[in-house]
Design a protein around this ligand. Sequence first.
Ligand SMILES: Nc1ncnc2c1ncn2[C@@H]1O[C@H](COP(=O)(O)OP(=O)(O)OP(=O)(O)O)[C@@H](O)[C@H]1O
Ligand SMILES: [Mg+2]
Length: 346
Amino acid sequence: MSANVSVAPGLLSDTVDSRVVFVGGKGGVGKTSVSSALAYGRMLEGKRVLLVSTDPAHNLGHLWDAKLGDGVTRLAQADGDTTNRRQANADRGDGGLIDGVEIDPHDVVDQHFNAVYKQMLRMLPERLHGPAKKHLDSARKAPGSYEAAILERIAENVQLGLAEYDVVIFDTAPTGHTLHLLTLPDQLFTWTEQLLKSRQRSTQYTGVLGSIVTGKNVEDTSDHDAQLRRTLIRRQEKLGALRDAMESDAGFIVVTLAEPMPVAESLDLLDQLADLKMRVASVVVNRRSPVDAGPFLAHKHDLEEVQIKRLEGEVGRIPVHQLPLLQEPPQGVDGIAAIVDSMTEA
Ligand SMILES: Nc1ncnc2c1ncn2[C@@H]1O[C@H](COP(=O)(O)OP(=O)(O)OP(=O)(O)O)[C@@H](O)[C@H]1O
Ligand SMILES: [Mg+2]
C-alpha cells in the first residue's frame, strides 16, 4: 500500500520498523512538535498515521490548528488541500494521511463510571442505589482510576492503529506520568484476571445481598454477569495487545534540550526505560542554537556541544539527533513541515 520513500534519513528511519512509537521527555522540550513532525514525515512516505496525544494539557490540536477529541479527526492527507506546500514530496508517496486523537482522561473516567452506574442500577434493588452511587463516587476519585482509564484508551488506540493504520505515534505527557502508565498493563492484566476469577464468588454475594434487602431471591443477575464478564474479557484482550505491542512493535523516542538539567533527566528516563525493557529508537536534542546568528547564540551553541557530548557518551548505541532552533515556533501544517525540512537538512 505504501510507497517506500525516505523523506528524511536519521530520525525518521530509526522508527521505520516500529508500528507503535512513543515520544516522551520532560515538559516543554518539544514532544508535541517532534511527534507531529514524525507523523508528517511518515505521511509523506505514503503511510497512514494515527497520532494520539495522551497529555491532558493537549497542545496537539493547538499545534495543528484543529479541534481534536477522543475520536479520530483527519489532520492531513498527502493528496488533500492541507499539504499543498509539500505536494511535490507527497506525490512521491501514495495515500499517506494523518488522523489525530486527544485522549481525554476525565471524559474517559466519567463515561466509564456512568456505564458502571447504569449497570448497577439495573442489577441492584432500588434501596441500594444510594449506597452504590456513594461507593462509585469514591472509586471515581481513587488513585489509579484516572491512569487506568488513559491506559485503556492507549490500548484501544494501539489496537485501532495496528488494525487500520501503518503506524501509531503517541505524543505523551511529561516523563514520570508516562512511565508510570507503561508499568500498568502487566499489573492491570493480573488484576483483571483475578477479577474474572472472583466473579463467581461475587455473583453469589450479589444474590445473597439482594435477597437480604428484598426478602426475595435475586436470580436474574446471570445476564448482567455474562455482560460484565464479556467487558472484563475485552479489557483483558486490550491490555494483552498493548503488552505485546510494547514488547515487539514499539519504539520510544526521548526528546530533550542540550542543557544540563534536561540532559540529566533524560539520562534518568533512559535508565528507567531500560528497566522496563522498552526499545529506545533514538534521542532527539531539540532547539539547537545556530553558530552563525551572532555571538550570543554561538556561545550557547558551544555550551550545548558539551551537553551533547555528555549525552552521546552515556547512551551507547542509541542514535542522537539534533533539530535546529527554528526562527518561529512551529505552528500549523507549514510549521510542522518546516521541522521535517530541518530534519532532512540535518
Ligand atoms: N525546533 C524548534 N524551534 C523553535 N521552537 C520550538 C521548536 N520545537 C518546539 N518549539 C516550541 O517550543 C515550545 C514547546 O514545544 P512542544 O509544545 O512541542 O513541547 P512539549 O514537550 O510537547 O511540551 P509539553 O510538555 O508542555 O506538552 C512550543 O512553543 C513550540 O512551538
Ligand atoms: Mg506537548
